[in-house]
Write a protein that binds this ligand. Structure first.
Ligand code: PLP
Length: 452
């Protein structure tokens, strides 16, 4: 007997009648700063594997994965079992050593390339990515005695006061005074080069701009405490850095004795096809920031850094929720499954399949301007269509996809990028289904725009 594969199925308008009541109650009591249900109007009942079900019984293929947290999709039995076992032992234990923590730490250290592994120190931070970015910057400031931080156009490092200061997004900080000092430099966003150059002849001027400035006694910028970068910008629009850009930034930071912090909060945990994205760029960072997927679906964040920097004092970065035992147990289980089931191999194979499919769609539909990404972190930049601005086209495709049962998030400048973050154990059939749903969404959007 063959069992039928689950598929996306939406049988109500969106929001459905039950979701509508949840959303109305939420709007009445929650903050105006809430985000997701504004553009994805569903209330969620639960999930299974790569699918999410709303309270009206609609099923969505989930290419959002809790913003990249749910590496093995919803409801993974082994991750649930690991967390459930731990629930009966202990839950929150500050930074005391425990069996669960030891197992997690050993497994995470084993994920580091040899060499780096031998020199690595780990600090467990509060549960969010932003807290770990904050810790990384404090560490670098303490180590160097310097104050400023260099970040890149389009980068995203969090929403707290200190991390928003390092984030490219202008709108959320427009009304915030006295943010920490940060200097922004061009990133290798070749599809829309910030220097108006083309990759064949640019000589990686985006990176050289930073080098020139640091070398120039009249450059006006003090030597920073850190350079922080994503290797594939996520919120910025799924922009993989050019390898030459990354190696030049590494050379520049080394020459000037500036710690290089790689923000692997979204890319880490196997998302790009290697456990950390930096492995694909042939560099060794000074500090790695990791969170999201590594806690097996539970909140956890860490920084991993070179031991030469380990000069900060006891209590330099504390936090009540640094000892999430459920996350340690589920995170260790995640790493076991990833190893045993060759999940990274799956990321590469299914990622390539999805990317090829998107490339084919880009040949068919004029509004799909650029397909990019690594592994299962993929994005499609949308172009204007018959005079309609790209951001509007992108939002229409997004809504059309949702109505067909494909859930994903928009990213990039003015939401112009469709961003796909499916589970890392996505099957080829599920990837094919996503391509089908996305193609339908683009086709109906093109038809609607042509008819308007
Ligand atoms: N850095 C990157 C690259 C991210 O993608 C995110 C979140 O999306 C953060 C930092 C902030 O993490 P958190 O939302 O857990 O604070």
């Amino acid at each position: 007997m063959t069992t039928q594969r689950m598929r996306a199925a939406v049988h109500t308008e969106l929001p459905g009648p039950v979701s509508r009541t949840f959303i109305a109650e939420q709007a009445a009591v929650e903050s105006s700063a809430r985000t997701y249900p504004r553009h994805t109007p569903i209330a969620i009942a639960g999930g299974s594997g790569s699918y999410l079900t709303d309270v009206d019984g609609n099923r969505f293929l989930d290419f959002l994965s809790g913003a990249g947290v749910l590496a093995l999709g919803h409801d993974h039995p082994e991750l649930i079992a690991a967390a459930a076992r731990q629930l009966g032992v202990a839950t929150q234990l500050l930074d005391f050593p425990t069996g669960a923590k030891q197992e997690f730490t050993r497994a995470l250290r084993a994920k580091l390339p040899a060499g780096l592994r031998d020199r690595a120190r780990i600090h467990f931070c509060g549960p969010t990515g932003a807290d770990a970015v904050d810790a990384a910057i404090k560490l670098c400031k303490t180590y160097t005695g310097r104050g400023e931080v260099v970040a890149f156009h389009g980068g995203f490092h969090g929403s707290t006061q200190s991390t928003i200061a390092l984030t490219g997004l202008r709108a959320p900080k427009e009304h915030l005074q006295n943010l920490a000092p940060a200097a922004f430099f061009p990133y290798s966003y070749c599809f829309r080069c910030p220097l108006d150059l083309t990759p064949d002849s640019c000589a990686i001027n985006c990176a050289r701009y930073l080098a020139n400035l640091l070398d120039d006694p009249n450059g006006g910028v003090r030597k920073p405490a850190a350079v922080i970068m994503e290797l594939v910008q996520g919120e910025g629009g799924v922009i993989p850095a050019r390898p030459e850009f990354v190696s030049q930034i590494r050379d520049i930071t080394r020459t000037h004795d500036i710690p290089l912090v790689v923000d692997e909060i979204q890319t880490g945990g196997g998302r790009t096809g290697t456990w950390y994205a930096f492995e694909q760029f042939g560099i060794e960072p000074d500090v790695i920031v990791s969170s999201k997927a590594i806690g097996g679906g539970h909140p956890l964040s860490v920084i991993i850094y070179d031991e030469r920097m380990d000069g900060w004092a006891a209590g330099a970065h504390t936090g009540t929720f640094r000892g999430n035992q459920l996350a340690f147990a589920a995170g260790a289980a995640l790493m076991r499954v990833v190893e045993r089931d060759d999940v990274l191999g799956n990321v590469r194979v299914v990622g390539e399949f999805l990317r090829d499919g998107l490339d084919r769609l880009a040949q068919r539909f004029g509004c799909l301007a650029d397909v990019r990404g690594r592994g299962l972190m993929l994005g499609v930049e949308i172009a204007p269509l018959d005079g309609m601005p790209a951001s509007k086209v992108s939002r229409q495709i997004h809504q059309a996809a949702l109505r067909r049962g494909l859930l994903y998030e928009l990213a990039g400048r003015d939401d112009r990028v469709a961003r796909f973050l499916p589970p890392l154990n996505l099957s080829l059939d599920e990837a094919a289904e996503a391509l089908e749903l996305f193609a339908e969404a683009v086709a109906v959007t093109e038809q609607a725009v042509a008819a308007s």
